[in-house]
Design a protein around this ligand. Sequence first.
Ligand SMILES: [Zn+2]
Length: 423
Amino acid sequence: MQENVSHITNEAWEKLIQQLRYVQENSVYYQRLFKEQGFDSHQANTSDFLNLPYTRKQDLAKFNDDFIAVKPREIIEYVTTSGTLGDPVTFALNENDLQRLALNEAQSFQLIGVGENDVVQITTTLDKRFIAGLAYFLGLRKIGAGIVRVGAGSPALQWDSIQRFKPSYLIVVPSFLIQLAKYAEANDIDINTSSIKGAICIGEALRDEKHELNTLGKKIKSLWDIELFSSYASTEMCTAFTECKKHKGLHVPENLIFTEILNENGEEVQPGEIGELVITTLGVETLPLVRYATGDLVKKLKITCDCESSSALISSVLGRKQQLIKYKGTSIYPQQIVQLMINLPELQEYQIQVTSNELDTDKLSIVIPEEASESLQHQLKEILKANLRVTPLLKLLPLDELKASIFPEGSRKPVRFLDLRKA
Ligand SMILES: [Zn+2]
């Protein structure tokens, strides 16, 4: 029996030690790291584990092949991360990883209340080397639900499918719900009498620090009165965290992932505090990660849920650690500004830019089309001033040039935040 010097329970440690032994046996990267650290999974205790250095995205990019812990012929799925912050990293999954992914999503659907009698429409990308759409598909197969694979985009085909197959849930990027609502309005479709009861949302945060609907969440609710479920996932974690029907936070699937939420000094934060999410995958065979620092800032929630799951709860992602902007003495995350921009639907495009100035402090600007009217510019300044306490600089660019910067060739997502600070 391990002495419990940390927050790690005996039950969690049992699972962790299995994964640590597996990586010591099979992962070239962790064999090297453990050796350097004098760490032996056959003798280690919880404090030895908590002294292991973090793995970061840079390590994954630099030593990508050394992380692969199975023989190439075992690999079934090849995927990549989106590469928002640099080159995409290759990930791969074998049969057991795909089963694990299916279990993860099946558990999530059970928390939401999706069952075999439901039909679910997937409106997210199912190919393009993405993992999320496939994960949902596998989870739905596991619970025996009906599936409509429409994939990304095409509001017309989405609505045709809703009317044709009467799905009860959508799997969707939240801002696409706004597009679907607008399409319905323009085409005389009464959305509130459609078959859709709820949406399982991915990719954008819907809730704030207090786990109440944020600006985007409220905007969607005002257009379309369906139940919104947040989720949070990444290719690296190979795991999704999902909200249940009580909407109190995201449930941590503790059988599939070990989580730490750490402050600047690398200490576990107290409930109610915000820290960086650091994860160790459990049961992952192809690309297992140990103490992977996600860069995502989340709040450890105080409450436990009164649903059937007793697992811990975390907030939605509140910001990216590297993206923190220190502007005129105020800490701002680009995500806060993105949320505010939802209030200005007339603004065609925008990009948030941050540069370092001569004193190595941050300079924050918002670039908008020079075609934007004066009253729109004024409105924007007012919204920023009222919500951020400081006013970023407004820069005007011709719409074409701005678009070229937001949608560079080869990027899967629009670049709303351009970080030009010195590293
Ligand atoms: Zn719950």
